[in-house]
Design a protein around this ligand. Structure first.
Ligand code: ADP
Ligand code: ZN
Length: 735
């Protein structure tokens, strides 16, 4: 080889299974290549697309050359490549994995030919225009039918689509009649599909409203840190005007020529937030979420790449949209566990958003009514700027809430799931023409052992977290692995015999509600019901229109439901999540209760809340009923500090599985021993212990937990092979 050629490291996307990989190629002379470019390369006998992740030095071995450049502009901007490197380092994955996560899944198929495909219109619609003869006919007073006349006038005034015509009192049929007479012309154009879920019911009335003083102060602060890549926590109770702050901060960034990314946890459940962005920014909005087909996702991504859309809304991966310049990243409901990706790369979208801010200079705005204590502590120690919206917009007050002690209820002989107080309140609300939400705080499986008489929960004596109940009748601590062969059949605290595992279903609640308020129309909304397309939106509409009076459901009720006629929120069982043996159990409970109680009293009729619990003294229950985030945070942080949980230490979970229990045990014991030898004060090593789901899909599962200030240092000293998944900064230990 004569002249010193350069090499490029290319992440190849050939639908390869397993971890993505990078390969080196020679850069043909004269090819203007930079990192982020999409190229075609040879892999074995095939030609496949790939993305240049780095340009290296001189060629030192026999390498193939890059075939061709497939798109003139880089698909990944420099700040994105920097972010990919951060992800690979922080979450211990390959750079190619991180890069692949940033690109749409359909990229490989759309990049097959000699170039990158353009966005396709998913559908087309008819469009009309007036013909010269039509204009003449109108002025000459030529006689046409009344509908055709209105339609012709609308066309002359610039109406184009059937929708425009209908708005003006005309119709597409009338326009076609005009076409047949030679007075108009018809064509078709592609339209981008915005799903019906995101159509806004009301007008965007608040756009020009004056900001509340708290909103104005927050917006000033956001403006003050512009361009610094700083993170801010917008802590505001439900309906305090957070979304309006996002919208105005976004408008400011757009006005300055910067793009905006908005992350929402589950897009279908936060349709109202999305709808408000679409109402305000129209076609500039691109939606990137998992409910789209791969083709739709590619099209939306492509609109961003081409600069047609510069407001990107979506779940986690919207963070990786190829905006040329990012001015603002909003993470709504920052506390949501769904921001953690549960497959490689296992990134947390909040931490990754903050890293994107540092890499790009974008302001990162984390919003929540109930921020994670980790985030709150970061705001308190100055890593983030704290912005508060302490009150609801307007006159609405947070609903006064009563705690009902279910142990007393049982003692008085009530074996139902609705307490007397809740039944009375339900009858009162429905009788008065108001609406109620009944909420089950439920996970899919019964896991803890609880005394129905005194509220005692069987707990690991070493770790002070509840034991998990297993089908074989044993109790297992999923932190330290301690096991008791039999669950007690008498309560060790009160001697009562009514100690059993916990679990209630929505169906049973629905039946009791039916008996309590006969004649009321009731909707049930749980995971199963929501699978049906549009079920969530339909349920919301039925409540909104007043067609139904009571809705019974699980987690999906807690979000988005803004129903002014709801005056009662009843929490059937506040304890199911609280009792999970997980370090975030109290935080999740506080968060879910606060969310769902916030659904009450959004209208002029006011509202109240009722929380049923076996643990009426627990700080998470008391603080949520009192709407006291401060009290919750203090109690929770004290507990976290005592056990070295985040933010006082970081966690890494290493998990493995195998068909034979002996294999898992041997493998796990061996790695745990190595980790303990390597730990040297940087982290504590817990386990191995059976995973929370100790057996799944025919495999036994075990996990080891590292907890400490520098768990990554320990990982750096031990080689962990591919039989293990490594989860850095997990949001749960119940994997
Ligand atoms: P959050 O996101 O905190 O739940 P929203 O932004 O949805 O709060 O605001 C709650 C309600 O108050 C919404 O109906 C919104 O349109 C309205 N709102 C927000 N800001 C203002 C304002 N400055 N003036 C009048 N109404 C507002
Ligand atoms: Zn234990």
């Amino acid at each position: 080889m004569s002249s010193p050629s350069r090499t490029a490291e290319v992440a190849v996307f050939a639908g390869l299974r397993g971890p993505a990989r990078t390969f080196s190629y020679v850069v043909p002379e004269g090819l203007p290549l930079s990192p982020g470019h999409l190229v075609r390369v040879a892999l074995g006998s095939r030609a496949v697309p790939g993305v240049v992740v780095a340009l290296d030095g001189a060629v030192d071995r026999e390498l193939k050359a890059i075939d061709a450049l497939l798109h003139p502009l880089p698909l990944l901007r420099p700040h994105q490549l920097a972010l990919a490197a951060w992800i690979a380092e922080r979450y211990r994955c390959g750079l190619a994995d991180a890069v692949r996560a940033m690109l749409p899944p359909a990229l490989a198929s759309r990049a097959r030919a000699s170039r990158l495909g353009a966005a396709r219109g998913e559908r087309s619609e008819p469009v009309f225009a007036v013909a010269p003869a039509g204009r003449a006919a109108l002025y000459a007073g030529t006689r046409v039918g009344p509908r055709q006349l209105v339609t012709l006038r609308a066309l002359v005034a610039g109406a184009v689509t059937p929708h425009d015509l209908v708005d003006a009192g005309g119709s597409a049929e009338a326009a076609r009649a005009l076409v047949r007479k030679g007075l108009a012309t018809e064509g078709r154009r592609a339209v981008r599909r915005v799903p019906a879920e995101f159509a806004l019911v009301e007008e965007d009335r608040v756009r020009d409203a004056e900001a509340t003083p708290a909103q104005a102060a927050a917006l000033l602060e956001i403006a003050a840190v512009r361009g610094q890549g700083r993170g801010l926590l917008l802590h505001g109770v439900t309906a305090s005007g957070k979304t309006e702050v996002y919208l105005r901060a976004a408008a400011d960034a757009l006005a300055r020529g910067y793009g905006v990314i908005v992350l929402v946890p589950e897009i279908i459940l936060t349709a109202q937030v999305v709808a408000r962005f679409i109402a305000r920014f129209g076609d500039r909005v691109a939606l990137l979420h998992s409910a789209l087909s791969a083709g739709e996702r590619f099209d939306e991504w492509r609109r961003v790449l081409d600069g047609i859309a510069d407001v990107v809304i979506g779940s986690r991966s919207a963070l990786f949209a190829p905006l040329e310049r990012v001015g603002l990243v909003v993470v709504d409901e920052e506390q949501e566990p769904s921001y953690k990706q549960e497959s490689a790369p296992r990134y947390h979208a909040v931490d990754t958003a903050l890293a994107l801010g540092r890499a790009s200079g974008a302001t990162v705005l984390l919003g929540s009514a109930t921020p994670r204590v980790v985030t709150y502590e970061a705001a308190r120690n100055g890593d983030l700027t704290l912005l508060s919206l302490p009150e609801r917009v307007g006159e609405m007050a947070l609903p006064p809430t009563t705690i009902v002690d279910l142990r007393l209820e049982l003692r008085s002989g009530n074996r139902g799931t609705l307490s007397r107080e809740l039944r009375k309140a339900l009858q009162h609300a429905v009788g008065g023409g108001e609406q109620a939400i009944l909420y089950l705080n439920r996970r899919g499986f019964a896991t803890i052992v609880l005394c129905r008489d005194c509220g005692y929960v069987a707990t690991c004596p070493a770790c002070e977290i509840p034991y998990a109940y297993h089908i074989d009748g044993s109790l297992v601590c999923h932190r330290c692995g301690r096991r008791e062969a039999h669950a007690p059949d008498r309560c060790p605290a009160c001697g009562g015999a009514r100690i059993k595992q916990l679990g209630v279903g929505t169906q049973r609640v629905e039946e009791e509600v039916r008996a309590t308020v006969p004649g009321a129309r009731i909707i049930r909304l749980d995971r199963d019901a929501v699978r049906a397309k549009g079920a969530h939106a339909r349920a919301y509409e039925r409540m909104r229109s007043g067609d139904a009076q009571v809705i019974v459901g699980t987690q999906m009720l807690a979000k988005g439901f803004d129903l002014p006629r709801v005056t009662l929120v009843g929490v059937i069982n506040a304890d199911t999540v609280l009792n999970l043996p997980d370090f975030t159990a109290a935080e999740r409970t506080f968060e879910l209760l606060t969310q769902v109680l916030g659904r009450s009293g959004r209208g002029t009729a006011g509202g109240r809340g009722i929380v049923q619990t076996y643990l009426p003294e627990h700080y998470a229950i008391r603080a949520s009923a009192a709407h006291d985030y401060g009290a919750f945070v203090e109690a929770e942080l004290a507990g976290r500090r005592r056990f070295g949980y985040p933010p006082f230490g970081r966690l890494v979970v290493l998990s493995t599985h195998a068909k034979r229990l002996a294999t898992v045990d041997r493998r796990a014991d061996e790695l745990a021993r190595w980790l303990r030898e390597a730990a040297s004060g940087d982290a504590e090593v817990f386990g191995p212990a059976p995973a929370f789901a100790a057996k799944r899909a025919g495999s036994y599962r075990a996990q080891i937990v590292l907890r400490g200030v520098h768990p990554e240092r320990v990982l750096g000293r031990v080689s962990v092979n591919e039989e293990w998944t490594v989860d850095v900064d997990p949001v749960t230990l119940l994997g």
